[in-house]
Design a protein around this ligand. Structure first.
Ligand code: NDP
Length: 301
């Protein structure tokens, strides 16, 4: 293996440390405790894990965590009423509605009901527009975490060729905006892209946000390029044996074939331990930012 491993877990720990110190200052200096409300509708197992871990880390950095767990058949009106209450609650500085929502709920409607100033996921249409026009906004956590790792590794990204594979509203599109903001030449690839291997091979930076286990092989990567793997895919791992109920054990893999890409890339993020921890750290950082803006106090850098 030749690539440097970009250690998202360690980097996220330093981000959380900075957040904790800012929270301590807000508490001691101003008597304000930032608060993050997380709303979970239904019992999706992956979402439950994410929500639990977000709540735990929120408390660990000294902030207040408010968890709202609603039944899977909660009506849109009831969910919107909860969001209205959280919008009006001055103890709540950040609101996150865990996606995906059950099918009977309109995600766009729900997300756009959140006060944009408290939209710590950065998915509200106002924040999307502000980011797209280079104005101060709440920036989506996963792409923000990727950008922070890239800046940390490279310093300036100016003039680099970046290919983002995936065009979702929560990862691909905002990632492309952020890279453009840092003066990369950006290509967004997707399922209809012609000659994806050729497109990827031109890139100094490849961001894989596809949701397909180990789709990007090493021969799509330009020697020395930086590979950021956003994917989180659970696959069967028969080599690990079986669970008590007889089912095959599983493991997490990214959208990138790690071993073959690490042979060619200059730097690469692992899964787990790369983008995932940075996403939660950025959520906490966004909550502190939202709190500072709400109280007209200087924002963390
Ligand atoms: P979506 O399913 O919303 O989007 C996937 C994108 O990949 C689409 O734009 C799709 O193209 C594109 N795509 C699918 N198949 C191909 C293909 N064969 N070739 C090229 N492009 C393809 O996924 P998300 O953006 O929500 O998530 C992507 C991955 O990132 C998932 O593994 C998810 O679990 C992970 N994730 C990780 C986070 C973290 O914290 N680390 C946070 C959020 C997501 P098209 O638009 O044409 O259909």
């Amino acid at each position: 293996m030749t690539a440097t491993i970009i250690d998202g877990k360690a980097f996220a720990a330093t981000v959380r440390k900075k957040v904790a110190s800012h929270v301590a200052t807000l508490k001691q200096g101003h008597g304000i405790t930032p608060g993050l409300a997380v709303v979970l509708v239904g019992e999706d197992p992956a979402s439950q894990v994410y929500v639990r871990s977000k709540g735990k880390m929120t408390v660990e950095v000294g902030m207040n965590s408010y968890e709202h767990r609603l039944d899977a058949d909660t009506s849109e009106a009831d969910l919107l009423a909860l969001i209205e209450r959280l919008n009006a609650d001055t103890d709540v500085h950040g609101i996150l509605v865990q996606l995906p929502l059950p099918g009977h709920l309109n995600e766009d409607l729900v997300i756009n009901a959140i006060d944009p100033a408290k939209d710590v996921d950065g998915f509200h249409i106002s924040n999307v527009g502000l980011l797209g026009t280079g104005q101060k906004s709440m920036v989506p956590c996963t792409p923000l975490g990727c950008l922070m790792m890239l800046r940390d590794h490279h310093g300036s990204l100016s003039g680099m060729d970046a290919v983002v594979i995936g065009r979702s509203n929560i990862v691909g599109k905002p990632m492309a905006q952020l890279l453009l903001g840092d003066s990369c030449t950006v290509t967004i690839a997707h399922s209809r892209t012609k000659d994806l291997p050729g497109v990827a091979r031109r890139a100094d930076i490849v961001i894989a946000a596809v949701g397909r286990p180990e789709m990007v092989p090493g021969d799509w990567i330009k020697p020395g390029a930086t590979v950021i793997d956003v994917g989180i895919n659970r696959i069967e791992a028969p080599e690990r044996g079986t669970n008590e109920d007889g089912s095959v054990k599983t493991r997490l893999v990214g959208d990138v074939a790690f071993d073959s890409c690490a042979e060619v890339a200059g730097a690469i993020t692992p899964v787990p331990g790369g983008v995932g921890p940075m996403t939660i750290a950025c959520l906490l950082a966004n909550t502190v930012t939202a709190c500072c803006r709400a109280h007209d106090l200087p924002e963390p850098e």
